[in-house]
Ligand binder design. Structure first.
Ligand code: ADP
Ligand code: MG
Length: 679
């Protein structure tokens, strides 16, 4: 076994007990230990004279212990020690809680470095539980690691130090090939590991850090490239693509240039002999459905079934209707959702199994085992940010290597989409259908409610419809406006002369469908809803959306919600109601008022909230990053991408001897996170 795979228990100074604690931190092997990076550094390299301290500073003081340490146990489990330290001119009082070891270490008359936060009490300087170093110790910077109860900072540093010694001795190879290190001016792995843990200068640490960030992103993207290659499996599904003309000819509108490009991308994929793995990314209302429909059409016309998955039943139903309208009598569309009766389900499944169902639309219920397709050729997943990578691949396993098309309405900065969707080819629909209204968006506080209602009424009087979105379903959720209570109130008072509907996630599927159908038919004029209407629903006569407690929603989510209006010819509006104070909240909502461009909003969202919230990386089944930050390290991300492409082009499966270490790191990264194994 190689040193790096050695169990952490056998590192000098660890043993069984500490190994348990280390595992809690995710440190199981020597490899893990050296890759457990500090989150900060304490600077012992610059000492501050006591006279120059400011109360509240965290500082390093060099001083002589002026008297023997006194104190001891004051009660069970609690001990206090005290002493004083002087730098020759002034005095600093030390208090040490519960650290007998440190109290015994400090000797009267000896000099040490004391690091900690200083306070001034009754005119004298105090420091409590300092970190202590010997002045001649050549550790100018102390790494600060995330800790766990029972494992001290000093112990962990020492364990990692031991691991580093082992690593340096036995693992001298660098997984980044030398020519790439040269081109991007990256430090060697050994330098980087030493200096991320025990830097001599902060400059060295920065050099090390940059190298390790690059490494992480490089390994990640090599892995994504392998995934992409692996997904590029041969398929026997043969498609006649010319039939797309018949479909396009029946469309009630001219497809946009971007739609045409995306359709052509799909058709080209169908003819390569490899299974398609494509993401169609486009803002709400950009017309992704038509792209999917075109692909489903040629598939069905070639004798294969197509499946379309949506995240909710409402959406699935709507898609089924849209598709059936687009296809007319030419193709048979079958809906299969959890809301069907047992009998309906049985019939649907039978049609799917015998091939009568040419297009199947459903929710994740399509993933269940007992749905058998007769000849599945294409799987379309709509709004895939709701599905994990794993779910996506399950459906892919249903048929004989079907083509896969994923549609996402979450615009993300392009570089990020390379990470999230790195295993897919991407078509971007960056053009809205002609004549689309921009949605005017306003931000008001709740003192404007009367005026907002008047605005709603104006549109209802004109025969239009409106949505009001609330963050909560019921009253129980604090002081948030709740859909249930609000709908009742509005229907009894302000809008008693109109039909007010209610839609939320806790309703039964049947009820939800009825409400949506009534709204689509115009029988309901004002729909009070939670975010269940976030995705997909298309009612062109709805021209106004009011969003209550708007600060509760993410920007991209607000943008999605807003996309429910502006789908017809009429001028549309979105009113964000929020009493949130503070610059951050205001800034976020203003970003939405300024632009209708989902990509710009995504950028703003990312900038203001950070990538963690942004796409819930875990949900995507992608590895978690340890040191790289997808927002801060965008430039390195690009470089690492170039580098990974170069390496994979030269060695598509990372089989060459010189890429052994790299391959190993890739497998490790993806396995550790329980993602698709990459062997
Ligand atoms: P999304 O990308 O949000 O899924 P849809 O596919 O639901 O968008 O399309 C939104 C609306 O735009 C639908 O009513 C659709 O019929 C219409 N549409 C799509 N493409 C065009 C086009 N090229 N010209 C005009 N209207 C279009
Ligand atoms: Mg859609």
């Amino acid at each position: 076994m190689r040193t790096r795979d050695m169990d952490v228990q056998y590192i000098k100074g660890v043993g069984e007990k500490r190994a348990v604690l280390l595992r809690k931190l995710g440190i199981c092997s020597v490899w893990d230990a050296v890759h457990y990076y500090p989150r900060a550094y304490l600077d012992f390299s610059v000492c501050t004279p006591i006279a120059a301290l400011q109360p509240g500073d965290t500082a390093c003081v060099r001083g002589v212990v002026g008297c023997p340490v006194s104190g001891g146990m004051i009660r069970q489990g609690m001990s206090i020690y005290k002493t004083v330290v002087t730098d020759g001119d002034d005095v600093l009082h030390l208090t040490i809680f519960n650290n007998k070891f440190l109290a015994q270490r400090l000797q009267e008359g000896e000099t040490y470095l004391f690091y900690g936060k200083v306070t001034k009490q009754y005119g004298s300087w105090e420091m409590t539980n300092p970190l202590v170093e010997d002045p001649d110790g050549n550790v100018p910077f102390h790494p600060v690691y995330p800790l766990t109860a029972g494992l001290g900072a000093r112990q962990l540093s020492q364990i990692i130090h031991q691991a580093l010694l082992l690593w340096t001795r036995d693992e001298p190879d660098d997984l980044i090939p030398p020519d790439i290190r040269r081109r991007y001016q990256l430090a060697h792995a050994l330098f980087a590991l030493k200096n991320i843990h025990e830097p001599d200068t902060m400059h060295d640490m920065e050099v090390a850090r940059r190298r390790l960030i690059f490494e992480e992103l490089f390994v990640l993207q090599c892995g994504m490239a392998l995934l992409r290659r692996r997904n590029r499996t041969k398929t026997r599904i043969r498609v006649q693509t010319h039939s797309v003309q018949d479909f396009l000819a029946t469309l009630p509108f001219q497809p946009t240039g971007a739609q045409t490009r995306a359709i052509n991308d799909c058709l080209r994929d169908f003819t390569t002999g490899d299974a398609m793995n494509r993401l169609v990314q486009g803002d709400v209302g950009s017309g992704k459905t038509v792209v999917a429909a075109a692909a489903l059409w040629v598939m069905a016309k070639s004798g294969y079934q197509g499946a379309m998955m949506a995240p909710t039943e409402i959406l699935a139903k709507q898609h089924a209707q849209t598709l059936q309208t687009l296809f007319g009598d030419a193709l048979q569309v079958t809906l299969l959702t959890g809301g069907l009766t047992a009998k309906q389900k049985r019939i649907a499944k039978q049609h799917i199994a015998d091939g009568t169902a040419q297009i199947v639309v459903g929710t994740h219920a399509l993933l269940t085992e007992d749905v058998q397709f007769s000849a599945l050729g294409l799987v379309v997943t709509d709004e895939q940010h709701r599905f994990g990578v794993r779910q996506r691949s399950t459906l892919g396993e249903k048929g004989d290597t079907p083509h896969v098309l994923v549609m996402s309405a979450t615009p993300i900065p392009r570089t990020l989409s390379l990470i999230i969707y790195g295993d897919l080819d991407v078509s971007v629909i960056d053009e809205l259908p002609k004549g689309r209204q921009t949605i005017s968006t306003y931000c008001v506080d709740s003192s404007y409610h009367a005026r907002v209602y008047a605005f709603v009424r104006k549109h209802l009087d004109a025969g239009r419809q409106a949505y009001i979105v609330c963050p909560a379903v019921e009253e129980t959720e604090g002081d948030l406006l709740s859909a249930v209570g609000y709908a009742k109130e509005l229907s009894e008072r302000e809008f008693s002369d109109y039909r007010v509907g209610l839609l939320h996630g806790k309703m039964k599927p049947k009820e939800k469908q009825q409400v949506m159908a009534d709204f689509a038919a115009g029988d309901i004029q004002l729909l009070v809803a939670t975010t269940v209407i976030e995705v997909g629903i298309d009612v062109p006569n709805a021209v106004l959306m009011v969003i209550e407690n708007a600060e509760r929603f993410g920007l991209s989510q607000l943008h999605q919600l807003r996309g429910r209006v502006g789908r017809g010819r009429e001028k549309s509006y979105c009113v964000l109601v929020s009493d949130a104070q503070g610059e951050a909240a205001t800034q976020r909502l203003e970003a939405l008022c300024k632009t209708n461009d989902g990509f710009k909003i995504a950028d703003a969202d990312l900038r203001l909230r950070g990538p963690g919230d942004f796409f819930g990386a875990r949900q995507h089944g992608l590895p978690q990053l340890q040191i790289a930050d997808l927002l801060q390290d965008m430039e390195t991300l690009q470089q690492a991408r170039e580098a990974s492409q170069q390496v994979i082009a030269a060695d598509p499966h990372l089989q060459k001897e010189e890429h052994k270490e790299l391959k190993d790191a890739v497998v490790r990264l993806f396995q550790k996170n329980g993602t698709a194994a990459l062997n």
